[in-house]
Design a protein around this ligand. Structure first.
Ligand code: C5P
Length: 270
């Protein structure tokens, strides 16, 4: 086994429709997911026993034991390994930090051993299967349906106001759990066409998340100069889609200057 180093990219839900609810309480989703060129970093090294070290600017409060999804992923895979998690993404933020970390651990273990996981990654979390793919995809079911999509790279600004939004309470507060699925997706379209189409779709979790965390409204207002501003996942992170990375960086700089306490990043989604 050799050492591996991977990016666990931020996941962004460009739209997210809640189309139903299973008898076990999990919600059926229809969502387009893309990934940023920014995320946590995971380093794996062979070790006689499981070990996890958390470093980086967002390490505070992240568990470094069996409670961490990285640890659970390696444990389920059945391989003791030393994990270094360099945390850059805010937690409980709607951008899949924990799921992307777990998926990176599984991809890294597969690379180290040549053996894919012998269990369903969905067991670790609904976002883990799409994070295993790590590129533009449509996500359906509760997260087990993952279909790659041909979408152009999109420059974007990500903004998190520094509050954690608990996913279960946002789902519970949904006024309707039976909303229409996505309209036919314009695969292969130019970025402007895709953005215009996205504006006609929704994130059904945005209204209940805004009711619980009104600061999300302020984040969306700050992102208003973008071509499209919307919340990702169950929040509180929002994204703004821009025409160029230069525009995205200028908007990110302006938002960061006005809100020094917010987490702000200019990225490319793919
Ligand atoms: O699977 P994950 O641990 O990310 O989900 C966190 C919580 O979000 C679940 O316990 C559930 O309350 C809610 N959830 C849901 N339907 C989904 C995904 C998550 O109700 N498809």
């Amino acid at each position: 086994m050799t050492t591996v180093d991977l990016l666990a990219p931020a996941k962004v839900n460009l739209c997210l429709h809640v189309t139903g609810q299973r008898s076990d309480g999990y919600h059926l989703l229809d969502s387009i997911v893309m990934f940023a060129d920014l995320g946590d970093r995971i380093a794996l090294a062979p070790a006689p026993a499981m070990a996890l070290t958390v470093t980086g600017p967002r390490a505070a409060g992240v568990p470094d034991d069996a409670r961490n999804l990285c640890w659970k992923a390696a444990d389920r895979y059945g391989r003791a390994v030393s994990i270094t998690l360099d945390k850059h993404l805010p937690a409980a933020a709607g951008i899949g930090g924990g799921s992307s970390d777990a998926a990176a651990v599984l991809r890294g273990l597969e690379r180290m051993t040549g053996r894919p996981p012998a269990f369903d990654p969905l067991a670790l979390g609904a976002d883990v299967p799409v994070c295993m793919l790590g590129r533009a995809a449509r996500m359906t079911g509760i997260g087990e349906g993952v279909e790659p999509l041909d979408l152009p790279p999109l420059p974007a600004v990500l903004v998190n106001p520094g509050i954690e939004v608990p996913t279960p309470s946002v789902f519970r507060a949904l006024p309707s759990k039976h909303n229409p699925p996505l309209d036919p997706i314009p695969e292969g379209a130019a970025p402007g066409v895709l953005i215009d189409w996205l504006a006609t779709q929704r994130n059904d979790l945005e209204p209940p998340a805004r009711a619980q965390a009104p600061v999300i409204g302020a984040v969306l207002a700050a992102l208003a100069p973008a071509r499209l501003a919307r919340m990702s996942g169950s929040g509180a992170t929002c994204f703004g889609l821009c025409d160029s990375l230069t525009d995205a960086q200028a908007l990110a700089d302006a938002i960061q200057a006005a809100h020094p306490g917010w987490w702000v990043a200019a990225v490319t989604l793919s």
